[in-house]
Design a protein around this ligand. Structure first.
Ligand code: NAD
Length: 246
């Protein structure tokens, strides 16, 4: 129960890594706030957290909509009185090579993966500072360290998230707020749905562990970073990729 009584907001928690993180946090004793733009997924995730014995709240919101984000944090404060952890997990891809990428593809990914992370962090920062503590965890990617073919927009957003992490760890660290990023390798979730089987096989072959990761294997890392066990981890980018970039 490493997260007992901690109020934890997780964005993009209706499926994939976000859902696994919500469930892991619930099992660790957290009060879980499930946020996603998909209403049906939010209800199911809240039910799953409650089935694990946790108190849980669901909010249907788009992280690109600042008003919705502010309404969510206000509702969390009204109901629970504090915010201990934010996991900025919501993210999307819209892949194309540089010469083919439309402005719509570029803007959509930057809006969710970068502006959305900024919105949510700014919405919780004052509360965490006033409390004298908190944790912000940001979803980067190995693509945000090494780049990737066909992912100009996504790579820029995930590099940007590392910039946020290092900047906020300097700004908020002195106030007791830790900020870290996780850079997953390739994890088996719906976000990989558009990748052809042949490319998936090549990706697997590249990983020293010879398999893709599971959402739970990222959730376990978020749980550690959110907990007091990570009390001296700040400004870090933790790569969780089965060693694919070694
Ligand atoms: P996923 O597509 O399975 O789930 C993402 C969730 O975010 C969905 O439920 C979706 O509805 C929600 N979402 C998307 N846009 C949103 C918005 N504007 N507002 C609110 N919710 C929104 O993705 P995943 O694979 O679980 O990835 C989660 C995070 O981890 C993302 O930031 C992704 O970039 C990152 N990541 C994933 C992998 C991977 O291989 N799966 C690797 C590296 C990084």
């Amino acid at each position: 129960m490493r997260l007992k009584n901690k109020v934890c907001i997780i964005t993009g928690a209706a499926q994939g890594i976000g859902l696994a993180t919500a469930l892991k946090f619930a099992q660790e004793g957290a009060t879980v706030v499930v946020c996603d733009r998909r209403a049906e997924g939010v209800d199911a995730a809240v039910a799953a957290c409650e089935a694990a014995g946790a108190s849980a709240m669901g909010r249907v919101l788009d992280v690109t909509d600042r008003v919705s984000v502010d309404l969510m944090t206000a509702a969390v404060l009204e109901q629970y009185g504090r915010i201990d952890v934010l996991v900025n997990n919501a993210g999307i891809t819209k892949d194309a090579r540089l010469q083919k990428m439309s402005l719509e593809q570029f803007d959509a990914v930057i809006d969710v993966n970068l502006r959305g992370v900024f919105h949510c962090a700014q919405a919780v920062a004052d509360t965490m500072v006033a409390q004298g503590g908190g944790v912000i965890l940001n979803a980067s990617s190995v693509v945000g360290i090494y780049g990737n073919f066909g992912q100009t927009n996504y790579a820029a957003s995930k590099f940007g998230v590392i910039g946020f992490t290092k900047t906020w760890s300097r700004e908020l660290g002195p106030k007791g707020v830790r900020v870290n990023a996780v850079a997953p390798g390739f994890i088996e979730t719906p976000i990989l749905g558009t990748i052809p089987d042949k490319v998936m096989d090549e990706m697997r072959a590249h990983v020293p562990l010879k398999r893709l990761g599971k959402p739970e294997e990222i959730a376990n890392v978020y749980a550690f970073l959110a907990s007091d066990e990570a009390s001296y981890v700040n400004g870090a980018v933790l790569e969780v990729s089965g060693g694919m970039t070694v």
